[in-house]
Design a protein around this ligand. Sequence first.
Ligand code: NAP
Length: 285
Amino acid sequence: MSVVITGATGHLGRLVVEDLLARGVRADRITATARDTARLADLADRGVRTARADFDDPASLKEALAGADTLLLVSGSEVGGRVAQHRNVVEAARGAGVGHLVYTSAPRATDTTLVLAPEHGATEEIITASGLAYTILRNGWYNENFAQKLEEARVTGAFVGSAGQGRTASASRQDLAEAASVVLRDPGAHAGAVYELSGDTAWTYDDLAATLGELLGREVVYRDLTTEEHVAALTGAGLDEDTARFVAALDTNTRDGELSDTTGELSRLIGRPTTPVAETLRALL
Ligand SMILES: NC(=O)c1ccc[n+]([C@@H]2O[C@H](COP(=O)([O-])OP(=O)(O)OC[C@H]3O[C@@H](n4cnc5c(N)ncnc54)[C@H](OP(=O)(O)O)[C@@H]3O)[C@@H](O)[C@H]2O)c1
């Protein structure tokens, strides 16, 4: 087995590498890749192979993927540019004869109004048309995404949003990294699978307010705003208009239930319940 991980400098990619090592995959069978390999020096010290892989640089991808059996493509973080970047990776994987490609996507990527989904849906189409064996990990929202609400509540005793009574079935990055590790260690068993990976329970912002209140030992209130009020609050706090509209649109998606599916597929893959948002946020406190 040889497995290449992209985005190994990122939160998720790093956790996947650590989980593979913890479960006994030999360090020299793992290639951790990044745009800046200096940031992978500690992994290299532990025997993990490292390589430069920039989604915008096909030559770097060709070199990094040479000899790989399995590739984990952790979706990039440059919203708007990702389809072309991911296409570069898929083409390099084909050229290098990679046996199996695993991709981190988004919930119901091809059948949702989620504002982030189009790039993921387009990437999935590129992958399925590529002829490569593949597994799609449609990762739900991270518990860690709500660290900002924890901070807001800690300082003010309240947080704002525009998700109404919409629910989020979040899970920790560690849960999702473990699921990726399960698939990477036995890709053949997951060939062609499209997993909807979400937390076991779906909670509302009112539930989150109660959770934060318990964690902080004070009353925490969720103030539900209209979308326009939410955008105004975000721009008032210093966000530019486009970013504010994007953040508010994610709350609209939440209100509409686009992030609420509790499929049980994540806990089934990792063989344990998913991590409650309270547990992740307690650790961050
Ligand atoms: N499910 C969720 O709630 C959620 C939330 C946020 C993001 N996401 C998605 O899930 C991915 C992984 O999450 P994360 O928390 O690990 O994000 P992260 O910590 O921001 O890591 C993103 C990784 O992508 C790499 N990357 C970005 N552009 C690249 C390029 N042109 N070439 C090569 N690598 C590139 C980054 O490398 P550098 O270190 O060089 O920048 C970094 O290693 C994100 O990239 C995003 O697509 C999901």
